[in-house]
Design a protein around this ligand. Structure first.
Ligand SMILES: Nc1ncnc2c1ncn2[C@@H]1O[C@H](COP(=O)(O)OP(=O)(O)OP(=O)(O)O)[C@@H](O)[C@H]1O
Ligand SMILES: [Mg+2]
Length: 257
């Protein structure tokens, strides 16, 4: 599958009285890797959840490859379990901070499950594909190992292989390195860089680690209070932030790191 473009127009998300996304406008061309940084509670995970269709926007539009996420082919509103929304969701994969692996399945079993269940792949086909992605993330020798016997970094790599086995055209990563010891972060960074270099997926990476954001992405968004405050090429945003709020945030986190 080739990468998908993402177009977001005036996206708002409210929980009760709390407005978490306040009119986001964002165009991501197919194959780009975008990092999202910003203070806790600024709406970064909410953006990913809404993109993953786990949450419905309060208003605004999201289009994937020019196809509206929440309107069917006849332009009618589509429900969260409609064939239309399931088809859109099928293009998107997500990896979270916590690995959420099935504890009773091996690494291979974890990565085979969804392709068999969701894509209807045969066991043999799913096994071949899962093994290929586990090898890609450096776990070729751990196919038959259960999550309890894996390190945090290895579990996270199984999580990435499991998402890749579904062949998404968009991948969302929410703080995938936050639970890892610093020396394991480099391995995940390298995997994301390799994936990004292939340009076969569009990637959005939410992280609190500034070096990770800078090194993994083409472009960085600085989020604050539900808005994109700054949007620039990553090398530029980190070296010459234009907005006072971005400078203040970067000064603060870099001191704390
Ligand atoms: N399901 C929900 N119901 C009510 N409020 C929510 C819900 N999900 C998120 N929020 C609120 O929305 C705001 C933004 O949350 P979000 O998780 O998007 O922040 P974040 O930028 O990812 O923060 P962090 O960096 O700490 O992960 C927070 O104030 C949070 O409490
Ligand atoms: Mg978050």
């Amino acid at each position: 599958m080739s990468a998908s473009s993402v177009s977001i127009k005036n996206l708002r998300k409210q929980y009760g009285d709390l407005e978490v996304l306040r009119g986001i406008n964002l165009e991501i061309p197919a194959g780009q890797t975008v990092a999202v940084i910003g203070p806790s509670g600024s709406g970064k995970s909410t953006l990913l959840r809404v993109l993953m269709t786990l949450d419905r926007p309060t208003s605004g539009d999201i289009e994937i490859d020019g196809v509206p996420m929440w309107l069917d082919a006849h332009g009618r509103p589509a429900g969260p379990n409609s064939a239309h929304v399931r088809q859109v969701r099928g293009k998107i994969g997500m990896v979270f901070q916590h690995f959420n692996l099935f504890p009773h399945m091996t690494a291979l079993g974890n990565a085979m499950e969804a392709p068999m269940r969701v894509l209807g792949m045969s066991r043999a086909q799913a096994r071949e594909r899962a093994a290929e992605y586990l090898e890609m993330v450096g776990l070729g020798d751990k196919l038959d190992v259960y999550p309890a016997q894996l390190s945090g970094g290895q579990k996270q790599r199984v999580g990435i292989a499991r998402a890749l086995a579904m062949c998404p055209s968009i991948m969302l990563f929410d703080e995938v390195t936050s639970a890892l010891d610093p020396e394991l972060v480099g391995g995940i960074l390298q995997i994301l860089r390799d994936l990004s270099a292939r340009r076969s997926m569009t990637m959005i990476i939410v992280t609190h680690q500034m070096k990770f954001a800078e090194r993994s992405s083409d472009r960085t968004l600085f989020f604050d209070e539900g808005n994109i405050v700054e949007d620039a090429e990553s090398s530029v945003l980190f070296s010459q932030p234009q907005e006072a709020r971005t400078r203040q945030f970067l000064d603060c986190v870099i001191e704390g790191q």
